[in-house]
Design a protein around this ligand. Sequence first.
Ligand code: NDP
Length: 285
Amino acid sequence: MAKKINFLSDLTGSFSTPCSENPTVRMIEAAYQNEGMNARFITCEVGPETLSHAINGAIAMGWKGFSCSLPNKQEVIQYLDDLDTSAQVIGAVNCVVIKEGKLTGYNTDGKGFIEALCDITSVKGKHITLLGAGGAARAIAVEAALAGAKHITLVNRNQERGEALVKLIEENTKAKASFVKWTKHVSIESETEILVNATSIGLNDAQAIPDIDMDSLHKEMIIADVIPNPPETKLLREAAKKGCTTLNGLNMLVNQGAQNIYNWFGKKVDREPMKASLKEIFEAK
Ligand code: NDP
């Protein structure tokens, strides 16, 4: 007997704006195809004004869930029934699971970074310095602190935002945290074991580099960047010249995507096709 074909795919997608340059759909569908899953991912241009309608639509159409990018990561929380622990502390959600009409929010940005870092070292007991105090820094700082980092130093231009993140870490985790105001050629504290650029400096610009004193880096430091494109940022290239171990933002992006798929389907997918799809897009640009 001929095998029955199921023409009804499991649906997932993303709600953000602007989104026409967001390559997530290719990365996620590369995983679905590689795993032989009858699932689709749809990129949807949705801002805060229409977010509740989009969510109701997703529920009505039986979507497995959706990812949220800017500017909806905080906005979406009011529509959720439940929040994962770290999403609650971070105060932002990038992945929502729909199960029996109930919505649960997760934050996999920081988890994706920690997972990538674990290929090199454990965060347990480490002194981590973060450049930036925006959404990416917040997610990484909270996950690192929850995973056992000893101290987190936040270096940021905007003092209020930096100090708010220090308070958040100290009130919600066992890690210590401190703030350093980002001044010209800011020096990186010598106790730093892992330095992370969690600013947008370097995105789509291979020559941009955070304004830090490069002489304050030493070769025992691990230097990481959240920027996925170009993956080898100027910061990482210069740090590698000094003998530092480096980590680019591509695996963070792939890991958070794979964790979203796991949240939606309970399936661990091969990440290589996801990574290859992004590399192809970034190299073609
Ligand atoms: P936000 O806008 O929330 O925060 C940006 C941060 O960068 C702020 O702390 C801001 O400082 C700082 N910043 C920007 N420009 C400068 C500058 N010239 N000098 C010093 N500081 C600067 O953005 P996100 O945190 O959401 O995103 C940051 C980057 O992370 C993006 O490029 C994004 O692509 C990347 N990202 C990567 C992910 C991945 O999976 N690889 C996942 C999520 C994000 P201030 O507060 O002083 O304004």
